[in-house]
Design a protein around this ligand. Structure first.
Ligand code: F0G
Length: 454
């Protein structure tokens, strides 16, 4: 059959409160047009993030009841450890309360002033945790990634020649090389197995370990299966194992490709580094067999990891975003191509050329989506990245609006509704106006800034 159905039935439902446009106009005013200040129960379709928002399965909820809350040596930990190791063959698996906690532990040990950590593109918490130690985070994604219309199949790949040049120049300053799978900050674009191996080869030749920021590893593996020569007949689990076997460690947010609402881990082979990480873990997260999580969370992750590599699920998952992307393109809405694994990224700079970057076209589109349809999305542009530490403002490299799809939460009719709201906005796009910022903090302003319409 041609229709790719949601490969699940719905057993528990959560009602959506259908607000009116007038109500939303008032809610926006009260929130100072910042969507982070809107209460989630005033949102009809919440596409703010795919992180921690997955629907858990009946098996995961059953596992929650099996969770064991012993302080040390909980069987939940051993079930978690064996589920991780089935896919990611690392000697040490260290649970944390979410992804950034694993990053903070790792970089508190190997970061520091004068250190340089290259990646394809660091996610903002990774960059933040590196920079917090005084080290420098460097993005070495391939040039094609900077062109939203370029349809390179692996637009998350690292530019291996630039990595080689960096290591030839300053290897002594580089503690490790990273790769983000998929490349969230670059549009959810995948990295090929060939690129993972090439990056590992260069890193290893210079005596450096490769670590993978693996948040969306299963979506990445599905793209490898569909797009990379010689991979189409291989099981996704084999591809996943190959990716991690090429590397020496990983950080993970279980809030993405483990279907969990909370959790993460750091995994690695190096015994000395693992011992230092466990000491840090005990200070900041908890004992190494629970690491900031309840035993029941570890059990939910263990089951989620087995479900996420299901190929019927992955086919449906990647198709849901592609489906929305195709319909937006048919409406003439510019998006980052090809559509990534977890989200559709709309190019607001191109869509609203009459709104200059410092009047925040991405914010204007995000506000319009909420006002007209109760859809919450996330500006990834000058609001998020335009404020420099000295207080001056510069336009971001791109003005994007991310529609991130929670896993197993929304159905095809929700997707059709999102497209219909865009169809209405298209007809009125010249009427959309920019914003000015009335109040903002010195850092991470997108979370709390207050706006006023122009
Ligand atoms: N790495 C990547 C690639 C991520 O996308 C995220 C989170 C993290 C690390 C940090 O994980 O949230 O568990 O601490 N991304 C979320 C998002 C917040 O909306 O893209 P965390």
């Amino acid at each position: 059959m041609k229709t790719i159905i949601e490969p699940f039935r719905i057993k528990t439902v959560e009602p959506i409160r259908l607000t009116t446009r007038d109500e939303r106009v008032e809610l926006l005013r009260r929130a100072h047009w910042n969507l982070f200040a809107i209460h989630a129960d005033d949102v009809i379709i919440d596409l703010l993030t795919d992180s921690g928002t997955s629907a858990m399965s009946a098996e995961q909820w059953a596992a929650v009841m099996r969770g064991d809350e012993s302080y040390a040596g909980s069987p939940s930990y051993y079930r978690f450890e064996s589920a991780v190791r089935e896919l990611m063959p690392y000697r040490h698996i260290i649970p944390t309360h979410q992804g950034r906690a694993a990053e903070a532990i790792l970089f508190s040990i190997i970061g520091g002033p004068r250190r340089i950590v290259p990646s394809n593109t660091h996610f903002d918490t990774t960059r933040g945790n590196i920079e917090a130690t005084g080290a420098e985070a460097v993005d070495l994604v391939i040039a094609e990634a900077h062109d939203p219309a370029n349809r390179h199949p692996f637009k998350g790949n690292m530019d291996v020649a630039r990595l080689e040049a960096l290591l030839a120049r300053s290897a002594e300053r580089v503690p490790l090389v990273m790769l983000t799978l998929t490349n969230n900050a670059g549009g959810g674009q995948p990295v090929s197995l060939e690129n993972v191996r090439a990056v590992a080869e260069v890193a290893h030749r210079h005596g450096k370990p490769l670590f993978i920021d693996a948040c969306r590893f299963a979506e990445n593996a599905w793209f490898i299966k569909c797009r990379e020569a010689g991979q189409s007949s291989r099981p996704v689990t084999d591809i996943v194992r190959d990716v991690f076997a090429a590397a020496d460690g990983m950080t993970m947010s279980a809030k993405k490709d483990a279907f969990a609402n909370i959790g993460g881990w750091l995994a690695l082979n190096d015994d000395a580094l693992a011992a230092a990480a466990r000491n840090r873990l005990i200070l900041t997260e908890g004992f190494p067999t629970y690491g900031g999580l309840a035993g029941r969370d570890l059990d939910a992750i263990a089951v989620g990891l087995r479900e996420i590599v299901d190929e019927q699920y992955l086919r449906y998952r990647v198709r849901t975003n592609e489906y929305i992307g195709e319909k937006l393109m048919a409406l003439g809405i510019p998006i980052v191509q090809p559509v990534g694994g977890h989200a559709v990224f709309v190019d607001a700079r191109q869509f609203l050329p009459h709104i200059p970057p410092l009047q925040y076209p991405g914010q204007a589109l995000a506000v319009a989506l909420y006002e007209r349809g109760g859809i919450r999305a996330c500006e990834i542009g000058t609001v998020m990245f335009g404020l420099r530490p000295d207080g001056t403002e510069v336009p971001a490299e791109a003005e994007l609006v991310r529609l991130a799809m929670p896993r197993r939460v929304y159905t095809q009719s929700h997707a059709d509704y999102v497209v219909e709201v865009f169809a209405e906005i298209v007809t009125q796009r010249e009427q959309l106006r920019g914003f000015r910022i009335e109040q903002q903090p010195a850092q991470l302003r997108h979370f709390t800034a207050q706006f006023a319409p122009l």
